[in-house]
Design a protein around this ligand. Sequence first.
Ligand SMILES: O=C(O)[C@@H](O)C(=O)CO
Ligand SMILES: [Mg+2]
Length: 250
Amino acid sequence: MPKFAANLTMLFAEFPELDRYEAAAEAGFEAVEILFPYETPAPETQRALLRNGLSLELINCPPPNYTGGDRGFAAVPGLEGRFQRDFRRTLRYADMLRARIVHIMAGAASGGDARATFVDNLKWACDFAPKQQLTIEPINDVDMPGYFLNNFDLAAEILDEVNAPNLALQFDTYHAHKIHGDVLDCWAKHKSRVRHIQIGGLPDRNEPVKSKHFDYPAFFEMLDDSGYTGAVSAEYNPAKRTEQGLGWLG
Ligand SMILES: O=C(O)[C@@H](O)C(=O)CO
Ligand SMILES: [Mg+2]
């Protein structure tokens, strides 16, 4: 089986943030991710990770929590200064929490200027933090209207243009399904660029179980055979309490 991680922004949300780490460890996870850890002092998150023997796979840039607000600034012309400040702050958290990956969010924008801004900001970030693994994630524009990076082919072009060893693709099966329909086809086309996977049930983003839309057990087997060594993070809305829906873990 792949190395599964629990996304603590969506899983174990029955508990206060710092208690989710213990809940994830008790459920058998050895790794977690949290999209926006910025409202909790980093030393407290660090202690929760250590106490529960968990590694941190990923955090998002920008801080802080964007509930109801912006979806990043990396592709927003004119906000390069804001992007750089955010990125520096994210890196301080990433260093302290030893986050394996930082996902850089593009933000709401469109057109050629946005694309050029995104490429320039990504090049700057890759140079500024050569030892930090970075990703970009295509996100469907029903869930995030106006989000710049809204398809995988565009992400592939951007990755080619930036051409940095520490920048790769974050492949979320839920978004792949909503954007392109056929997840396996999208995977086959882009797998060589993928450094992080997120999963959610199709089509409703609940537990990642086998459905007429997707065969998760077969996908996990295929990942094992493919030599993929990254994490597969459970990023979904549990239909009931989180623990009651973890049968898919095997
Ligand atoms: O898929 C998602 O929604 C997330 O991975 C994310 O980073 C958006 O905040
Ligand atoms: Mg995702």
